[in-house]
Ligand binder design. Structure first.
Ligand SMILES: Nc1ncnc2c1ncn2[C@@H]1O[C@H](COP(=O)(O)OP(=O)(O)OP(=O)(O)O)[C@@H](O)[C@H]1O
Length: 258
């Protein structure tokens, strides 16, 4: 398993934000986490990357608990500027994704890789721009490119589509499909599947800190199903198992916006 959580409870500021979450994601799968504001989506992904303390339960990444294999993980937090007074170009911020705790320089080929990563979010033309002059949505894409340049085995993004225009969303969808083709696991907090409908086969829906639904992203006869059919690989072996076999509760309308 790329990700496995068991009985996960997280208390923040005296309230129970995650209340016994159990879920596993196999390597190479793309899963969306949906749910209303405040349902615990960000807290769940933060708990996976060690950014919030776990009150009870277990989190395992690539089969190991405790020590995070950071070099294999790309994480993009919920909308956070990339600028904040940093005197660097977009390409330099992206290249900083290649840094680790041991070296101060991004190493060979950093510029080329940085441009490729920016291409992946449709921002190659702004590579030499100072991040401070980029718009909020462009800065968000710089941060996504900074995660992509790491060629992560596990990419976790918290609302990556927020504030992105359609063209950028489509560029990101293509990039994520390529990443998945290489066997990476993709975990996304989303408010709607949108341009990523063709990529996402499974969704987890959170409600008040619990998993209310865990099953196929497209339900028979749904708009999402039709959309996936339009994009699906012709050799795809889908449809998968019936909804009733995998859903933990009655399926919500997965084509809605949360
Ligand atoms: N550091 C914190 N201290 C206290 N409460 C917190 C903290 N972080 C989050 N919460 C609370 O936990 C709940 C879940 O927050 P979280 O950010 O995980 O929700 P979300 O599903 O990602 O919401 P959104 O869709 O608005 O991003 C909210 O009620 C929030 O107020």
């Amino acid at each position: 398993m790329a990700v496995s959580v068991r009985g996960l409870r997280v208390e923040l500021g005296g309230s129970l934000v995650l209340d016994g979450v159990d879920a596993s994601v196999r390597q190479g799968k793309a899963v969306a986490i949906l749910g209303a504001n405040g349902s615990g989506k960000s807290t769940l992904v933060k708990s996976l990357v060690g950014l919030v303390p776990v009150t009870a339960g277990e989190v395992e990444i690539f089969g190991a608990a405790g020590k995070l294999p950071w070099s294999r993980i790309g994480y993009v937090p919920q909308r956070m500027g990339a600028g904040s007074g940093v005197p660097a170009t977009a390409a330099e911020v992206v290249a900083s994704g290649l840094l680790d705790n041991r070296r101060l320089r991004p190493g060979r080929g950093a510029r080329r890789r940085s441009l490729e990563a920016l291409e992946g979010v449709g921002l190659a033309d702004r590579a030499s721009a100072s991040v401070q002059v980029l718009s909020g949505g462009q800065q968000q894409r710089v941060l996504i490119a900074r995660a992509l340049i790491r060629e992560p085995d596990l990419l976790i993004m918290d609302e990556p589509l927020a504030g992105m225009d359609q063209e950028s969303r489509e560029a990101l969808a293509r990039t994520l499909a390529g990443l998945q083709d290489r066997g990476a696991t993709v975990l996304l907090v989303l408010h709607e599947l949108g341009e990523l409908t063709a990529l996402i086969r499974r969704t987890l829906v959170l409600e008040e800190g619990r998993i209310a639904y865990d099953g196929p992203a497209r339900l028979p006869g749904s708009e999402a199903e039709a959309e996936q059919d339009r994009h699906a690989h012709p050799a795809s072996s889908w449809p998968g198992p019936a909804v009733a076999g995998t859903a933990t509760a009655q399926a919500p309308d997965l084509s809605r916006k949360w």
